[in-house]
Design a protein around this ligand. Structure first.
Ligand code: PMP
Ligand code: GLN
Length: 378
């Protein structure tokens, strides 16, 4: 077959979760909680079904949910987005990203990504006939090199994809990086796609840098979030985008023919929580405690812990244990040590000689303890 993506295989998340299952390993690879969501949220879905939320909701999302999202954006980031024209509910962040890229990027355009980059960005860009320009991020802090970014900008640059808190590295951008980006894009036609699915998982008192906080970026940006991360329901696949009306109009032109609209009872359930800060305010502390638990148990292991400022991912350098490249090491770790992890090199197109894998700590304490015991014995 004449493939549009000849070099693309199956996503690493599916590969590693499948291997974990086949080997009976503890799965710290694919990012998802192994615990249940708030029963009240699950009950709200059943109630919504009973109340008749079973047919197509409006194309852009249930008005009550969009109102709640607008309320949240204003309260958290001080930015007013109109529910009618500037917010759209999506089938998770994945559909949001793909739809935004399809709506904004044309053949021959260039799209700047910071690598390692979440694996959904590249194929979506390439399917539009556009070229990727990668800016490498380096351990341990993974901060962007703004001179390299400036050099990568060209008259063909159409979009910059930003992701903070960052998957897979667990780094976050401080305010200065947002200001740098805004300054370098000033006066250009470049749009920003801001993947903020881990917005509420920022640790040690740091502040999440949403594009919504920065008017010079917000005017050219589509922001993306996911209820799957915030409410421990990755399988419900509901998220949303926010952005200025002109960009949102383009987004919706594609969205209406991509999914048209999104799971009605889940939208009704999220409408009951999405505007209430108490439903996400504890999330950072909850995951920080898990991060610290995992780190404490690995502190005396031969794995070297990299900093983790946000997300639910902890990177570890395994150089003291093995010389294997990370893909082979992740497979070995799953088969032989009984713990599945994600190799980090797969998120970059350039070859990397780092020896780093990603561990997901969105797990029950018992799961983390069992995995840590196996890792500490290596
Ligand atoms: N972006 C990033 C950075 C992610 O980590 C994920 C999911 N793990 C997504 C997007 C996709 O989110 P969703 O599950 O809502 O499609
Ligand atoms: N985003 C999740 C992760 O980073 C996985 C999502 C997926 O499996 N596509 O692990």
């Amino acid at each position: 077959i004449d493939s549009r993506l000849p070099d693309v295989g199956t996503t690493i998340f599916t590969v590693m979760s499948r291997l974990a299952q086949a080997c009976g390993a503890i799965n710290l690879s694919q990012g998802f909680p192994d615990f249940s969501p708030d029963p009240a949220l699950a009950a709200a879905v059943s109630e919504a079904i009973a109340a008749g939320h079973n047919q197509y909701p409006p194309m852009a999302g249930l008005p009550a949910l969009r109102e709640a999202i607008a309320h949240k954006l204003e309260g958290e980031y001080g930015a007013r987005y109109e529910p009618e024209s500037e917010i759209t509910v999506t089938a998770g962040a994945t559909q949001a990203l793909f739809t935004a890229i399809a709506a904004l990027v044309q053949p021959g355009d260039e799209v700047i990504v910071f690598e390692p980059a979440y694996d959904a960005y590249g194929p979506a860009v390439r399917l539009q006939g556009a070229q990727l320009r990668g800016i490498p991020l380096r351990a341990p802090d993974w901060r962007p090199d703004w001179d390299a970014f400036k050099a990568a900008l060209s008259p063909r640059t159409r979009l910059v994809i930003v992701n903070t808190p960052h998957n897979p590295t667990g780094s976050i951008w401080p305010r200065e990086d947002m200001l740098q980006l805004a300054a370098l894009l000033d006066g250009s036609r470049v749009c920003v796609l801001s993947d903020e699915v881990y917005e509420h998982m920022v640790f040690d008192g740091a502040e999440h840098q949403s594009v919504a906080r920065h008017p010079a970026l917000a005017c050219r940006a589509i922001g993306v979030s996911s209820f799957g991360k915030t409410y421990h329901v990755t399988g419900w696949k509901v998220g949303y985008v926010f952005g200025p009306a002109a960009l949102m109009a383009e987004f919706r032109k594609v969205h209406q023919f991509n999914v048209f609209t999104v799971n009605s009872p889940a939208q009704a359930a999220f409408a009951t929580v999405a505007g209430r800060p108490e439903t996400w305010r504890g999330l950072a502390a909850f995951y920080q405690t898990k991060r610290d638990r995992l780190r404490a148990q690995l502190a005396t292991s031969r794995l070297r812990l990299l900093p983790c400022a946000g997300t639910y991912f902890q990177l570890v350098d395994y150089r003291a244990i093995s010389d294997l490249p990370d893909v082979a090491f992740a497979e070995w770790l799953t088969r032989e040590a009984g713990v599945a992890a994600i190799p980090v090199s797969v998120f970059s197109r350039e070859p990397r000689d780092e020896r780093i894998v990603r561990l997901c700590f969105a797990k029950q304490d018992a799961t983390l303890d069992a995995a840590a015991a196996r890792l500490a014995a290596l």
